[in-house]
Design a protein around this ligand. Structure first.
Ligand SMILES: Nc1ncnc2c1ncn2[C@@H]1O[C@H](COP(=O)(O)OP(=O)(O)OP(=O)(O)O)[C@@H](O)[C@H]1O
Ligand SMILES: C[C@H](N)[C@H](N)CCCCCC(=O)O
Ligand SMILES: [Mg+2]
Length: 211
C-alpha cells in the first residue's frame, strides 16, 4: 500500500497547511484537503500548490468546497450541502499522500460525524501539529488522549513555532509520544525557505510511519 499520512492539529490556524506543504514536498508526494471551508482567501490547496514545489497535479481536488470560513458542518449547512463521510475515502495515488483535516480533531463534518471519526475509520497514521506557545500542553495532551482512545496510530508531534524546550519535553513525556521536530516561524515564508527548514528540522525516516 502506498504511504498515507493524516496531518491534524490541536487547533485551527496553527500551521498545518504550511507543514503539510513541506511534508508533501519532502516526500515528493501528493496532497489532499478533503473539506475546504472558506473560499474567499487563498485555499489550503492553493497554498500547498504555491509552497510545496511539486509538479502540477499533485494537489488533488477537494471533495467538498464550502464558501464560509467556519466549521465545515456549519459552512455546509449554509451552502445547503450535506457532507457524507462515505464520500471522504482517501483517493488512490501512485505515491505518498498527505491528507490535511480542518481545524482540530473534534471538528464536525455534519451533525453526526467529526473528523476524528473518519480518521478512526481510515486507520491512517497521524502526525499531530502543535504550537509551542502557552496553552499548548493542555490542547496537545487532550488531542493525544483522543487519538489513543480510538486506537488511531500516532506517528508523533510536529511542533510549530519558536523553541520552548520545557513545553516540548513535557508534552513528549506525559503524552509518551515522539517529537518529530519543530518548524520555526519563517520570514519570509517561501517554497525555498520552507524546504530548507523542513530538511533541517525533520528526519524523513522518522516521519515515514504512514502505511
Ligand atoms: N512556519 C511558519 N512560518 C511562517 N508563517 C506560518 C508558519 N506556519 C503557519 N504560518 C502562517 O500562519 C497562518 C496559519 O497557518 P496555516 O494556514 O498553515 O494553519 P492551519 O492549521 O492549516 O489552519 P486551518 O485549520 O485553517 O487549516 C498562515 O497565514 C500561515 O502562512
Ligand atoms: C475556517 C478555518 N480556517 C478552518 N478551515 C475550519 C476550522 C474549524 C474550527 C471549528 C472549531 O473547532 O470551533
Ligand atoms: Mg490548513
Amino acid at each position: 500500500m502506498t504511504k498515507r499520512i493524516v496531518v491534524t492539529g490541536t487547533d485551527t490556524g496553527i500551521g498545518k497547511t504550511v507543514f503539510s506543504a513541506g511534508l508533501a514536498g519532502l516526500l515528493d508526494g501528493f496532497y489532499w484537503k478533503p473539506v475546504q471551508s472558506g473560499l474567499d482567501d487563498e485555499t489550503d490547496s492553493e497554498v500547498v500548490a504555491r509552497l510545496a514545489g511539486l509538479p502540477s497535479g499533485r494537489v488533488l481536488p477537494e471533495a467538498y468546497r464550502l464558501q464560509s470560513p467556519l466549521s465545515p458542518h456549519r459552512s455546509a449547512e449554509i451552502d445547503g450541502v450535506s457532507i457524507e463521510a462515505a464520500a471522504l475515502s482517501p483517493p488512490a495515488v501512485p505515491g505518498p499522500l498527505v491528507i490535511e483535516g480542518a481545524g482540530g480533531l473534534m471538528v464536525p463534518l455534519n451533525r453526526r460525524t467529526k473528523f476524528i471519526d473518519i480518521f478512526a475509520q481510515w486507520r491512517v497514521p497521524v502526525i499531530l501539529c502543535a504550537r509551542t506557545t502557552l496553552g499548548t500542553i493542555n490542547h496537545t495532551l487532550l488531542s493525544i488522549e483522543a487519538l489513543r482512545a480510538r486506537s488511531i496510530p500516532l506517528i508523533g508531534i510536529a511542533f510549530i513555532g519558536e523553541e520552548v524546550a520545557d513545553t516540548q519535553r513535557t508534552i513528549a513525556e506525559f503524552g509518551e509520544v515522539r517529537q518529530l521536530g519543530r518548524l520555526p516561524h519563517l520570514d519570509p515564508l517561501t517554497g525555498e525557505t520552507l524546504r530548507d527548514a523542513m530538511v533541517a528540522a525533520f528526519d524523513l525516516g522518522s516521519m515515514a510511519g504512514g502505511e
